[in-house]
Design a protein around this ligand. Structure first.
Ligand code: PLP
Length: 467
């Protein structure tokens, strides 16, 4: 065995303890770690001929890189939609690495990791109050989940037109409609060869980011049955708006189309009593995307797809790993590799299983409802302020606002100043043509005191740029 491998094997106890110390420090000090990153050059190293050993590399990481990493899992990183990591999910994640299972088959190879993945899917369905007729699996993120679902939708439409897209490729353009799709949905359509410019945009309701359902129905009436994908949003990134799920589920009774819902983070309102009406009806969808590394606060990379089990045949046709006879008949020998894009894959369910079991429904509900309340607190401050104004209503957990009555240059200077102070991090965005700032609340550690800090920072940054 190569000498450094041998030494590291012998010193594994001490090495793990050092990493544990480092991880603990990070957890204990996450409040004071700068929320925003400072742009910096990093040193590039050539590949060493002789390895340096894990202890040296750990020290190098600590010296050179650790301090450059922003507190993106901390309580005041409100950019994009960035979840943190619950304590139990970190344990699960470490163990997923340690046990390093290749999560594929449920039987035949004694792979308990696939059994636990299926169990975790059931826990998620319970949490989200979705029926058990959904088959689900883990992928790297919502982008990949959208991709997986849309791949099956493409196959379904091809089969309705009497051809097999998986075998012969697309024979004709597919009818795709959406109101306000997330960029990752558009990317999914592009990656699947369906052409992102083929997405027919359904007009949005006045002042909303939700489709006008009458216009959707008009489209469905005029197009061939069984040949359309309706891509809906359950939580748009800016104003967290929802397409009318009840109305779309009603349309399903009359028209035959594939209904996909991107519920990357918005889907989690299903567990909140006074918000779940936003999503009622979603159980009638053909496929649904939900992220775990956002509002579930699971480490990257983790998301699930749910596809109605009645589409199992189309599902397998899409992802069947058919050229390896030793893997068996996919209808008889269940293996995840016939149901999603990857073959070999990490035990992604474990951190989710740890967190759901450790904190239960109530624990995860508490994170979500607290985040919603915190978004309301910031909103109330902005509503009362003479300096800031809301750009969109705060429906759930994202606050979109801007400086009132100032130039674009001042807006740009403001966000730059705010983020360079590094106490809070928020991202610029554009809502209905207006540039604005977004604060997205999805972190389990964010509490009232972080709103107080944020308000101080907003005011201090404004006082600097107004001069
Ligand atoms: C609604 C929605 N869909 C999809 C995505 C893409 O998620 P991911 O980065 O996990 O692929 C996001 C990311 O913010 C999102 O908000």
């Amino acid at each position: 065995m190569y000498k450094q491998l041998q030494t590291d094997k012998e010193n594994m106890g001490a090495l793990l303890q050092s990493v544990q110390q480092l991880a603990l420090q990070r957890f204990q000090h996450i409040e004071s770690i700068p929320a925003a990153a400072k742009p910096q050059e990093v040193q590039n190293y050539p590949l060493p001929e002789e390895g340096l050993g894990a202890a040296t590399i750990l020290a190098k990481f600590q010296e050179e890189y650790q301090h450059l990493m922003c507190g993106s899992s901390g309580p005041r990183y409100w950019g994009y939609v960035t979840g943190g990591t619950t304590p139990a999910s970190v344990l699960g994640d470490w163990l997923a690495t340690t046990f390093d299972q290749n999560t594929q088959s449920v039987k035949g190879r004694g792979d308990v990791s696939a059994i636990l993945e299926k169990e975790t899917i059931q826990l998620l369905l319970d949490f989200l109050e979705l029926p058990k007729h959904f088959f689900g699996g883990f992928v790297t993120g919502a982008t990949m989940s959208n991709f997986t679902c849309l791949g099956i939708a493409r196959q379904w439409i091809g089969k309705n037109q009497e051809y097999d897209v998986a075998r012969t490729g697309l024979q004709q353009p597919i009818q795709i409609v959406a109101g306000m799709p997330h960029s990752s949905v558009i990317k999914g359509i592009a990656m699947l060869g369906m052409g992102s410019t083929n997405i027919h945009k359904i007009p949005l309701l006045e002042g909303r980011e939700a489709m006008d359902i009458e216009q959707l129905e008009e489209f469905l009436k005029q197009n061939t049955s069984g040949e359309t994908m309706v891509l809906s949003s359950a939580g748009t990134v800016n104003s967290v708006d929802f397409d009318d799920m009840k109305a779309i589920s009603k349309l399903k009774e009359t028209y035959d189309f594939w209904w996909h819902i991107d519920a990357a983070f918005g889907g989690l309102v299903a567990c909140i009593n006074d918000k779940k009406h936003l999503i009622t009806g979603w159980e009638q969808a053909d496929s649904i995307t939900v992220d775990c590394h956002k509002w579930f606060n699971i480490p990257y990379d983790s998301a699930v797809f749910f596809v109605h089990e009645k589409h199992q045949q189309r599902h397998i046709e899409t992802f069947q790993n058919s050229n390896a006879p030793y893997l068996g008949n996919p209808m008889e020998n269940f293996s995840y590799l016939n149901f999603l894009p990857e073959n070999s894959r990490r035990f992604r369910a474990l951190p989710v299983w740890f967190s759901l079991m450790a904190y239960g429904k109530k624990g995860h509900q508490e994170i979500i409802s607290r985040n919603i309340q915190l978004a309301q607190q910031l909103t109330s401050y902005i509503e009362k302020s003479d300096v800031f104004e809301l750009v969109a209503p705060t429906r759930v957990n994202v606050v979109c606002f801007k400086l009132a009555g100032v130039s674009q240059e001042k807006q740009d200077a403001f966000i730059q100043e705010l983020n360079s102070r590094r106490k809070i991090f928020i991202t610029p965005s554009v809502y209905k043509g207006n540039s604005c700032f977004r604060a997205a609340f999805v972190n389990w550690q964010t509490t009232d005191k972080n709103i107080v800090i944020a308000i101080e920072e907003l005011e201090a940054s404004y006082n600097i740029i107004k001069k």
